[in-house]
Design a protein around this ligand. Sequence first.
Ligand code: SAH
Length: 358
Amino acid sequence: MEKKILKKSVYDSSLSEMEEFCVSRGFKKYNAFQAMRWLYFYGRQDFDKMTDIPKKLREILPLNFSTEFPEILNTMDEEDLGGRSRKYLLRLKDGETVESVFINYDKRKTLCVSSQAGCRMGCAFCETSFPGLVRNLSSGEIISQVLLIRKHSGEDITNIVFMGMGEPLDNISAVNRSIAIMTEPNFMGIAPRKITISTCGLLDKLEELENKKCKLAISLNASNDRTRTSLMPVNRKYGLEDIASFTKKKPPSIHNKITLEYVMIKGLNDSKADLKELIRMFSPARVKFNLIPLNKSGSTERMEGMDRPENKVIADFKEKLSRAGFAVTVRFSKAQSINGGCGQLKARQKREGNQYLL
Ligand code: SAH
């Protein structure tokens, strides 16, 4: 009986692993670099077209490695003032599904990538947390979201945000490996300052983040520990004071201003007392705030009773934080109607069946 060779995804290999492979088969170390330039810089999936590497190696590579991307199951678009967003539901090799969102605003072409299928952080307002953690994505599965959507959209991706499904610091080794390829000037060439890691606040894990020049966003979402713990169980381990002192330490590792993401929920974290406490905790203002009105489009039972505040309340929150010296942005509706919140397209597909399938 013919033995079936299980092929590894080529996107899971680091440069040094590919070099090792090439050398072990009698080829030059440099051939690995050439092949990876074809894969990442030019987005080529066909080894045979990599004309500057030895013919024999071009034959051996596809016997050992696959260059398959995830499959696009579904897309949804949104246009708003000044830009377009497209959400992709992707199927991975084992059938698990994850989401990526391409946000096309002028010269900035941002891809929001997923780092896990599911998530074990249990945040009450986040759809991804409901099934719990299914599994970590491999570095190749993270990278191939970028390659696939770059190819599908025909646009160069200029910025990456790890704000899709999952907690990136809970899958730090794959995230590190994917960032090494994204930032390598000869491969994807994305500057580290154009990559943002968004975390629910796993501060200890940050030490393991290899590229210290990436930007950092922390999901704060409350002004006191009682509310934050009720929304984000992780707060029991890393509380608000830990986060506040972390931002004040000006961690030597993270060079840029830290962004605090704040999902605004009516009556829960949008009061004057919340504002006062936030200003007290984070002054002098070294952080930026990103206010995110609660997205309910994929609403589940646990979100019942939670609503986004009136626009006026959000505008007022923004103005008062600005006046206290903070830089503030409001993530108004970008991708709201396309179920831009984490995991919401996937959940909707489950509820409503496959009518959006391409
Ligand atoms: N696990 C990481 C990254 C994924 S979530 C983190 O916690 O930061 C990315 C952002 O989306 C977080 O700031 C999170 O608070 C926010 N988010 C999750 N569900 C949301 C919802 N239903 N409405 C609005 N924002 C949401």
